[in-house]
Design a protein around this ligand. Sequence first.
Ligand code: DGL
Length: 272
Amino acid sequence: MTNNSGPIGIFDSGIGGLTVLKEIIRTLPGEDTLYLGDTARLPYGTKSEETVVKYSTENTRFLLKYNIKLLVVACNTASAVSLGELRRQFAIPIIGVIEAGARAASRATKNGKVGIIGTETTVSSSAYTKAMREINADIDTVGQSCPLFVPLVEEGWIDDDVTLAVAERYLRVLKNKGIDTLVLGCTHYPLLKGIIQKVMGESVRLIDSAEETASEVKEVLMGTELNSDPDRGGQVPVRRYFVTDVPRRFEEQGSRFLGERIGKVEKVALIL
Ligand code: DGL
């Protein structure tokens, strides 16, 4: 029996995945959503693959208790290293942010030179490169981790000279590589689109994995007939937010990432 009335489950290491949820809500406004931010254990971006796979498995088990019909791994780091293992263990459709971003970048590049920015673990996993090479073996990639972007975004320094200086320093490496496309391979980076575009110049196309992922979620739901009945008797979609540490910071900053007010945030223990 298809579970088309269950919510879409989404997890991230913390708050950044709300950029992905924002796009999912924009693309599929009628779907119930359930978001888990593993705030007690973030950041994932500097942790080992083994640890991130363990956390991702625990997050998925937790969300499955709520009868989710599809899982979105909104965290680039978790998608980069744990998607294969999650798909082996769990039977529901699982969508990560890497494949969608890689597809869009492969479509966008004209000269076959693509830059990837993300956390240390994402860049060193080469997950974006592998995904792009499956589509087009001739694509050349260059990766650069930008670890300071995450705290700068969380601090709200979006349009700030300090952030601009940091971006200039990180992106310098990419500027003389002749890339025409740059993948924003981290949940937080869509908030820095303005600064990144300014540093890279207008000729470089920025790929927002969050937008691409939301389109893929829609396609998969339609294709598997898991999309909710559009006639839900006028019922307002349910939005639930879970975190693993105290919710205060998430509640305060969440609206900036989500682009709308966050409702109640519940603190949960993942141990089942
Ligand atoms: N959510 C992470 C990502 O997209 C960034 C924050 C972290 O390192 O946990 O890679």
